[in-house]
Design a protein around this ligand. Sequence first.
Ligand code: ATP
Length: 305
Amino acid sequence: MSGGLSTTGLVKRYGTIQALAGIDLEVPPGSVYGLVGPNGSGKTTALELIVGLRRPSAGLIDVGGIGERVAYCPDAAEFDPWLTASEVVTLSAGLIGRNVDDAKVKGALAQVGLGDATNRKVGGFSRGMLSRLNLGAALVCEPTLLVADEPAAALDPAGRWEVIELLGSLAGRTTVIVSSHNLNDVQRICDRVGVLAAGRLVYQGALRELLERAATALRVVVRQPTAPVVEALAAASWVTGVREEQPGVLIVEVSAMDAAEEGLPVVLAASGARLVEAGPAEGSLQEVFFQLTGTGPAGAGAQEG
Ligand code: ATP
């Protein structure tokens, strides 16, 4: 696999509304790229431009070496209700001129957790089942580039987990671009993210870098007694505050993450702590997202699109 997907100065206007104000996306081949942003920030527009469903007002899209077979899963897929799940998948493959045998169709449906529903008419499918079918109809085409708009939005927590894991498992073989409001999903499977706010790309890069930038606190879980550990941490030069959120769960505010990563094992060892786990405090990606996009609980809904 060579060459990724890139856009240069991508602009989309709907009349007087500027949905995208010139974005430069860089999606490396084989990556799972998460496009995140508040409502109305331009995610769907960007995805529709990439797959050729809309024309840009200005700018270029280069699908490079990964655009040989492009599959798009829109956020609210609709299928003819009288078809069965296997007919939808067969039809989908047929649209790109592929004859698929029964085993392949069943395999695609099993992959998305619809193995028991192959012969059911899709008119009776729940929203969650339709989301899975949407993905199955794409996967049967063995796309080199899979673009999925909020693929797990209609799913319950277990279903969400499965579908997100499935997308993550494609990494390396298929380039995946997935839009989501759910930062936990993005955090779990995406190696690279683009953050959109009001049609502008306000961050693009490795998720790890964003997390490092986001992390201002560590969550340290230790066995009791915690008092000596709290005292030792509070005395460290890189610690700006410590609180015990629950018994044994310490939230350690830090001034610099690299100093904290170096200093934490030293302080824990010196205080005789019995460590259960340590890592960036939860919610940090969400905080940086709020910062980058100018949203947050107080302004929630302000950018409704
Ligand atoms: P959401 O998270 O709510 O799905 P989004 O990030 O996918 O939003 P888009 O749907 O791309 O954002 O919309 C970006 C902007 O373009 C919004 O202001 C929206 O109202 C506007 N827009 C989108 N589609 C159209 C259209 N067909 N005609 C006019 N304006 C549109």
